[in-house]
Design a protein around this ligand. Structure first.
Ligand code: ADP
Ligand code: AMP
Length: 213
């Protein structure tokens, strides 16, 4: 099963993608996580990506597409995957489509997690991410057991640089201009499904499971 998560930054794509990956035994692939791992390791890709991420811009397609295609070609993706944060532009979607068509394959579901902009600003301001394992929390909705500490690995939780209010409004603008058109793209392909992302995360997941099953 090959699934794409669509939705604004902070809509809950990562939260749901992790649950889908666990439930169906397929890898969760987040281009944002791949970039953050590269930033942490100080690679050239990380240095280049950081300039765009900190400004709330998209990393150029030339850099993004190759890392994604290399990742989905790995053995663990044979039975499918859930993509979180890719594609984010029409050209990215077209490249993925061509690569899959060459293999006689296609995306099964593009799930749009729908959350209005007003909620997004609160979601991202309250999001906290683990510096080590990348687990995400929310100070009100999904708090860790001990404030500022990751339940999974015990490391420090931080507010991502690109979740600061001045960057969030830019990310939303970029989302509406460059990523939202993908809803129409996948609708035309007949694989688009929408879920209400404003409800409790377990209820969002239940709606997604109904779609997938
Ligand atoms: P995305 O991957 O789309 O950027 P996340 O999954 O990281 O979004 O979610 C953004 C923030 O909102 C996180 O702090 C997360 O814990 C919280 N969150 C996710 N889903 C819900 C929900 N259904 N209700 C309330 N908060 C949520
Ligand atoms: P995310 O973790 O998905 O919120 O992504 C964080 C940031 O990484 C985004 O704001 C972009 O700057 C960059 N990024 C992640 N995925 C992509 C992508 N598919 N195309 C371009 N930039 C991306």
């Amino acid at each position: 099963m090959k699934i794409i998560m669509l939705g604004a930054p902070g809509a809950g794509k990562g939260t749901q993608a992790k649950m889908i990956a666990k439930e169906y035994g397929i890898p969760h692939i987040s281009t944002g996580d791949i970039f953050r791992a590269n930033i942490k390791e100080g690679t050239e890709l990380g240095k280049e990506a950081k300039k765009y991420m900190d400004a709330g811009q998209l990393v150029p397609d030339e850099l993004t597409v190759k890392i994604l295609l290399d990742r989905v070609a790995k053995d663990d993706c044979k039975n499918g995957y859930v993509l979180d944060g890719f594609p984010r532009t029409i050209p990215q979607a077209e490249v993925l489509d061509e690569a899959l068509t060459k293999l006689g394959d296609r995306i099964d579901f593009a799930i749009d997690v729908d959350v209005p902009d007003e909620n997004i600003v609160r979601r991202m301001g309250g999001r906290r991410a683990c510096v080590t394992c990348g687990a995400t929390y929310h100070i009100e909705h999904v708090p860790p057991k001990k404030e500022g500490i990751c339940d999974t690995c015990g490391s420090e939780l931080i507010l991502r640089d690109d979740d600061k209010p001045e960057t969030v409004s830019n990310r939303l603008k970029v989302y509406h201009e460059q990523t939202q058109p993908l809803i129409d793209f996948y609708s035309k392909k007949g694989v688009l499904k929408s879920v209400d992302g404003t409800v409790d995360m377990m209820d969002v997941f239940a709606a997604i499971k109904t779609i997938l099953e």
